[in-house]
Design a protein around this ligand. Sequence first.
Ligand code: IMP
Length: 422
Amino acid sequence: MNTVVLGLQWGDEGKGKAIDYLAGNFDVVVRFQGGHNAGHTVYYQGKRVVLHVLPSGIFYPDCLAVIAHGVVVQPLQLIEEIRNARSLGLSLQNLALSANAPLILPFHQQLDIVFEDSRYQRIGTTRRGIGPAYEDVIGRRALFVGDLLQESVFRKKFARLAEYYNRLFAAYGHPAVDSEPAITDYLQAGEFLRPHVCDTTALLQRACHEKKQLLFEGAQGSLLDIHLGTYPFVTSSSTTIAGVFSGTGLSHKSVDHVIGISKAYATRVGEGPFPSELQDDSGRRLRERGKEYGATTGRPRRVGWLDLVALKHAVQVNGVDALFLTKLDVLDDLDEIPVAVAYEVNGVRSEQFPCHADALDLVTPVYRVLPGWQKTLGAMERMNDLPQPLRAYLDFIEEFTGAKISHLSVGGERRQTIETGR
Ligand code: IMP
């Protein structure tokens, strides 16, 4: 069954663990959007490994790992990640990289930083150049992985873009980018990556035709989607189901099943509205228990209660078939667990999620307080082991969102995952 795994909140839902748990059942694992702003944490042979662009499929030698054209690629960073993976004993012969993936160039990262540091626009980005690289795609001036393989083409296109960006930097009083060292580094990177570069759309279409099992690995989360997230405090790609199709070249018929990942509470990094955010000691306790610090930037994450209004929005937008609920063990010691079930604006109650940040800023969440289970979940393996208040909590989430909960994660290890059979 071809399966998509998507984050349903603001990223960091524990997709790395969920995908790693599921990936062994698939022939192909595909990244289709985002870039090295993502940080998917997995444990390999007892070691904590953070993947940024490499698909989780790399850990399985028989699994083809595909970086499709929806992903923006910083080749020097990708090479570093490949080298790290090789130092773990992985060959990476099973890696395919789209020739049509847009490049993240030095200008992009520089512009990301210039904008973040100006008063004009502060999103709290990862400062990796993700937004400006996608802007170039929309602006029809992007360079692609395939360009790295033809020196004269790359040089010509790079020089044209350098002129464009250096004018912008001059306007911001920022020094121009020194092109020649960057060109040399990027061309060398192209040679390193050459054996992996191909037409991934053709590859994936063939895999579908041959009835291979595909797993699509989402990055970030639905509430960071460029169109359907809390705009403008979003990332610059389609993090929802739509990104699978535009980012791979496969049709909707190639997807059989959608798994949405959500934490049992909520977190967010960067700026932007977060109605159920906790600013008090209970928030700090959740952050410490859940080790809520960014896998990519190390930033402390903002923490809050589970927001079912937002979760239902994400379930509907993505057509989620099954929910994979993570980090339940972080709530173990609570006697009461509030969940947001509606928003109030000027005394009017609503269950609709307003995407635009200006509207979301005005809402006050309405909570339903559910009893906590006050038991340690980490060692529990079967549904029958689970305490009654936890089952009631799961029932409530299913009823509210309309999606069945298929998996529960009760700890960082692969074995600390319970299949509910629901
Ligand atoms: P950008 O993707 O670096 O442009 O950042 C835009 C917004 O998305 C910021 O709020 C980031 O903190 C957030 N973001 C990007 N990638 C991730 C991620 O993998 N996890 C959580 N938040 C992310």
